[in-house]
Ligand binder design. Structure first.
Ligand SMILES: Cc1cc2nc3c(=O)[nH]c(=O)nc-3n(C[C@H](O)[C@H](O)[C@H](O)COP(=O)(O)OP(=O)(O)OC[C@H]3O[C@@H](n4cnc5c(N)ncnc54)[C@H](O)[C@@H]3O)c2cc1C
Ligand SMILES: *[C@@H]1O[C@H](CO)[C@@H](O)[C@H](O)[C@H]1NC(C)=O
Ligand SMILES: *[C@@H]1O[C@H](CO)[C@@H](O)[C@H](O)[C@H]1NC(C)=O
Ligand SMILES: *[C@@H]1O[C@H](CO)[C@@H](O)[C@H](O)[C@H]1NC(C)=O
Length: 505
């Protein structure tokens, strides 16, 4: 369709170009690519941005990626007796198409993730225990909750179907200038409405029962986002989609995607901490004064700086996390105050005291995952038996009969607390995170365009924080930076894209 229209107007464009060779305003000629781009943060957001920017701008642009800790960011592993386990982002949905493509492009492999049987603990007893028999599960679920689990599944799948439209827009290279516009293009007012309401409100209104919300929904929010059903309904739906089948992770660790993308994008990794970004006017070789961004960073105690045409911030902007100061911007760049949830991942190798969770016999604890309700009054949000990042047939206890367990908790676990759950343990490692935003609808999402050529990727986390969300936000920011550099305004914030692309094959 578009091609036909282009052919029709091309003689006119030719004429216009001819006339314009005597000096026309605007951007008729393709502009030469930028010289230097800075990306701050080498998590999945920053490294996927580097990958896409390289594809768009070509081989000549210099891309610097700043990272003050480890490549991978919130994707990291912890080691217990020679085996690595995911400590941060671990599970990927089968319809996370960017993650899927990265893994394929980079020649990595996927591991199927099967969490084992799930139980829900309410502080006294296991109110629900999954069975390994499909039929028994169905009967148990229907007995306790009627058709609510099925209805819930349909609600999530319907939203997921709309969400998938984003991939279509991005494959046609359309970009959006705000998180709200991107979400609106996919799911209309319904999606924006989800950001305005708590999951609890949305589901109560849809007629789900108190019991189902307390026993099934709240525990899923606690394990995935460390908070209750007061989070926004959009992230609630993302969290519930983690109940789908076909979940996977990257063999060797999800962080391999980040290092792989960094390498494939031929970017230059700078192991330093960015402290300031300043807007400055600089005279380039061409003689024209241009606005550039000076990025000031520290390597150890040494302070260095460099100038960039385009900067993408791929880390949460707040004082406790990236702690970047924007100097001399006019108008000034607003401070964001999004609060991130403190979550500690603890891996323990030991023998669980199964009777903590009720009256079951110790040697008959068949569950691979214990979720907790809000009123369980326990010091952990969840307890699960993770598989290591290596390919393996089945979960095997080590020779002494103990397993590795993974717990999420709001605070660091004390030895006494660990001993409340385990009869004995011989190994414990932990990693504290500022893990994901504390959600409190109505959510107001930060801007993507902070300044002319300064972009912010992690504002997307206001809607939902997940690997794929960062990849989608990075893809969008890279396309946006590219189109704005080249003056392709027709590729930004287009209305009615869904209808438009339906007719285009
Ligand atoms: C415990 C936990 C469990 C999770 N589970 C899942 C899951 O199962 N599935 C899922 O999809 N998602 C999950 N997530 C969320 C997912 O991990 C994140 O959404 C995603 O990894 C964020 O990637 P990012 O690149 O946007 O940010 P980050 O990974 O945080 O990357 C930002 C990087 O920027 C660096 N940086 C910050 N400031 C500066 C500075 N001033 N100078 C230089 N460098 C700087 C940081 O060191 C960091 O490496 C989980 C997260 C946690 C913590
Ligand atoms: C969401 O809430 C804001 C204010 O809280 C309001 O301006 C906006 O119209 C609401 N959007 C939707 C789609 O309900
Ligand atoms: C943020 O950086 C400033 C210096 O730029 C420093 O004084 C301050 O202590 C930092 N804040 C945090 C929370 O690390
Ligand atoms: C196991 O937990 C139960 C319930 O908390 C407790 O009564 C029991 O003493 C524990 N067993 C051991 C050996 O610590």
């Amino acid at each position: 369709m578009r091609r036909a229209v282009l052919e029709l107007v091309s003689p006119l464009v030719g004429l216009w170009l001819l006339l314009c060779s005597w000096g026309c305003p605007g951007n008729a000629e393709p502009r030469s690519p930028p010289e230097k781009i800075a990306i701050i943060g080498a998590g999945i957001g920053g490294t996927s941005a580097a990958y896409i920017l390289r594809q768009k701008f070509g081989k000549d642009v210099k891309i610097d990626v700043f990272e003050r800790e480890e490549v991978g960011g919130r994707l990291a592993t912890l080691t217990v007796q020679g085996e690595d386990y995911e400590a941060g982002g671990s599970i990927i949905h089968p319809l996370n198409l960017h993650m899927k493509r990265f893994v394929k492009d980079l020649g990595l492999s996927a591991l199927q993730v099967s969490g084992g049987l799930v139980g829900v603990y309410d502080g006294k007893t296991l109110v629900f225990e999954e069975s390994s028999w499909f039929i028994i599960n169905m009967i148990k679920l229907i007995w306790r909750y009627g058709f609510q689990p099925l209805r819930m599944h349909m609600w999530v799948e319907d939203l997921l179907g709309k969400f998938m439209r984003i991939y279509r827009y991005q494959s046609h290279e359309y970009a959006f200038s705000s998180v709200e516009k991107l979400l609106h293009a996919a799911g209309g007012d319904e999606f924006l409405g989800l950001l305005n309401r708590t999951l609890l409100e949305a589901l109560q209104k849809a007629g789900f029962s108190e019991k189902f919300l307390n026993e099934m929904i709240a525990p899923v929010m606690r394990v995935n986002y460390g908070q209750s059903t007061g989070l926004n309904a959009f992230v609630g739906a993302v969290s519930l989609s983690g109940g789908d089948s076909g979940l996977w992770a990257v063999e060797g660790g999800n962080k391999l995607v980040c290092s792989g993308l960094l390498q494939a994008s031929k970017s230059n990794l700078i192991s330093g901490s960015v402290v300031y970004i300043e807007e400055k006017t600089k005279t380039k070789q061409t003689g024209y004064p241009t606005t550039m961004y000076e990025v000031v960073y520290q390597i150890g105690s040494e302070t260095r700086s460099d100038f960039y045409d385009i900067v993408l911030v791929a880390a949460p902007l707040n004082r406790k996390m990236s702690n970047i100061t924007f100097l001399n911007f006019d108008p000034p760049i607003e401070e964001f105050h999004q609060n991130y949830e403190h979550i500690v991942t603890t891996l323990v190798k030991g023998e669980l005291n199964a009777s903590v969770f009720g009256s079951r016999a110790i040697d008959n604890f068949g569950l691979g995952m214990v979720l907790t309700t809000d009123n369980s009054d326990l010091f952990i949000n969840s307890l699960g038996m993770p598989s290591s990042v290596k390919k393996k047939e089945n979960l095997q206890p080590s020779t002494d009969g103990t397993f590795v367990w993974k717990m999420f908790s709001p605070e660091t676990l004390t030895k006494a607390q660990i001993l409340k759950l385990f009869l004995s343990y011989d190994y414990a490692v932990k990693k504290p995170w500022l893990a994901y935003p504390h959600y409190e609808p109505p959510e107001k999402c930060p801007s993507i365009i902070l300044h002319d050529r300064l972009y912010y990727i992690n504002g997307m986390e206001c809607a939902a924080s997940a690997m794929e969300m960062s990849a989608i936000a990075a893809y969008n920011a890279a396309l946006l930076a590219y189109h704005r550099w080249n003056g392709h305004t027709d590729m930004i914030d287009q209305d009615g894209l869904y209808e438009k692309l339906k007719t285009e094959l």
